[in-house]
Design a protein around this ligand. Sequence first.
Ligand SMILES: [Cu+2]
Length: 139
Amino acid sequence: MNRRTLLRLGGAALLGSLAGCSAGRRNGPQGVSMTDGFAYDPARITVPAGSTVRWVNDDDVRHSVTAYARGVPADASYFASGGFESERAARDDIGGGLIAAGDAYEHTFGTPGTYDYFCVPHEGSGMTGRVAVRADRRG
Ligand SMILES: [Cu+2]
């Protein structure tokens, strides 16, 4: 089954939603922007378990959100834009995980722990990020 969760979003709606979900808000998706300079902004966020994180590509080049195989807690499922089931599969199909300008990728983090991820084409430029998931659930 294809677990792709790529979403199409309009540019204007995108900016509005990003402005409304800065890190630290307890409700709604937590937003991470992919920006020029090959970076995730913020590069590190902390969210309660059960949170959905939405990465939005605000850049004009394509990026991926690809978990490191060893960057995911042992009891958590692997995640990557393009729906890949492993880091190896994502690296073997660079184009398949790319998020176009104005598009977004979402993942819901049910298992507490630390998740490290990277952008396949820009890892060498230091495009990496981390999501820390706290054990306490919101609500
Ligand atoms: Cu990138």
